[in-house]
Write a protein that binds this ligand. Structure first.
Ligand code: NAP
Ligand code: GDP
Length: 336
């Protein structure tokens, strides 16, 4: 019998990569989607629409992390063996504008899901999408599972709450619950307002003459950027262990936004300084200056390591956005 998994945040970047991985491993995958005024499934359409992929059959169920009764019902009905909680208002800058909603979903949403597990009495394994943003203003480098948290945004504070409620349900109720403390991870499917994707999409539009300038905020911030496809494997591995635990997932390399710009524009044969302008609106009231992760625990215990290097990640994203813009401009064949 196929294992059953439930993914919240299925329509997001990580949800799409994780469902592909679970399908490859023979799982039956359910995804929680919420009602929106427009249909928002472009990252997962290939997983339930493609008639040639006989084994791929994503099942979508309506629910919301804001709606406990839907979570209770879904868990009791489908009885998943694994639950991956990836849903969040995941944008740090936006969390300063909608702090209450960000916590409602990020912090209380995790609690609702854990409560639904506890109430259902089913034996399931739970993955919580924790974040390197929890380290925030920490001056300990590199950051590992023992580094104290110093969150710098409502988003990060909500993730600290979710982290601890996950630990608490593990200790209090013996629920198999893990925190994956993932450093930034990107891909061609990354949301378009995160800095990496904003750069690669902006660059592709500039290269094709449909955008003149790229407006950005703090270019000195440094992040440990990995590839989302590699990181979802670590999520799965955590739930395959004998004992539930928390793991940092990172590349161990850090690069500034400027370095990302130089790499991306350089690859396309352009000088970023001619196209980038600073717009104060993209600065945050409190910034996270530098993140760099030490994932030696995951590498040792999970036998996990990242495969895609920084330069290859940048190239992958630039190539993909160049194709995307070409298609938008000239249709599927990419020509005039
Ligand atoms: P994402 O692309 O922004 O996806 C977020 C997902 O959450 C979307 O599917 C979204 O659904 C869903 N969602 C939002 N509010 C919801 C609600 N009220 N009820 C149910 N679903 C809701 O995020 P991602 O990059 O894939 O990241 C996945 C998770 O990992 C997030 O929790 C994020 O905070 C965390 N994380 C990400 C990174 C990173 O670098 N990517 C690093 C560390 C941790 P809609 O499509 O309907 O909006
Ligand atoms: P985060 O690490 O989760 O906040 O991921 P982001 O991709 O949103 O931001 C990474 C870093 O890029 C942060 O330090 C931002 O301040 C910086 N940054 C600079 N300009 C921009 C911008 O225009 N948009 C975003 N999203 N971030 C920017």
């Amino acid at each position: 019998m196929a294992k059953v998994a439930l993914i919240t945040g299925i329509t997001g970047q990580d949800g799409s990569y994780l469902s592909e991985l679970l399908f490859k491993k023979g799982y039956e995958v359910y995804g929680l989607i919420r009602r929106a005024s427009t249909f928002n499934t472009k990252r997962i359409d290939h997983l339930y629409r493609d008639p040639h992929e006989q084994n791929v059959h994503l099942k979508l169920v309506y629910g919301d992390l804001n709606d406990a009764s839907s979570l209770n019902r879904i868990i009791k009905t489908i009885k998943p063996e694994e639950i991956y909680n990836l849903a969040a208002q995941s944008h740090v800058r936006v969390s300063f504008d909608i702090p209450e909603y960000t916590s409602e979903i990020g912090a209380l949403g995790a609690t609702r899901l854990l409560e639904a597990i506890r109430d259902s009495g089913i034996k399931t394994k739970y993955y919580q999408a924790s974040s390197s943003e929890m380290f925030g203003n920490s001056k300990d480098f590199p950051q590992n599972e023992k580094t104290p948290f110093y969150p710098r945004s409502p988003y990060a504070v909500s993730k600290v709450y979710a982290y601890w409620i996950t630990v608490n349900y593990r200790e209090a109720y013996n629920i198999f619950a893990c925190n994956g403390i993932l450093f930034n991870h990107e891909s061609p499917r990354r949301g378009e307002t995160f800095v990496t994707r904003k750069i690669t999409l902006g660059l592709a539009r500039i290269k094709h003459g449909v955008q003149k300038k790229l407006f950005l905020g703090n270019l000195d911030a440094k992040r440990d950027w990995g590839f989302a496809g590699d990181y979802v494997e670590a999520m799965w591995l955590m739930l395959q262990q004998k004992k539930a635990d928390d793991f940092v997932v990172a590349t161990g390399e850090t690069h500034s936004v400027k370095e990302f710009l130089a790499e991306a524009f350089g690859y396309a044969g352009l000088d970023w300084k001619k196209f980038v302008e600073i717009d104060k609106r993209y600065f945050r009231p409190t910034e996270v200056d530098c993140l760099i992760g030490d994932s030696s625990k995951a590498r040792k215990s999970l036998n996990w390591k990242p495969k895609v290097k920084f330069k290859d990640l940048v190239k992958m994203m630039v190539d993909s956005d160049m194709d995307l813009v070409k298609k938008e401009l000239y249709g599927e064949k990419g020509r005039k």
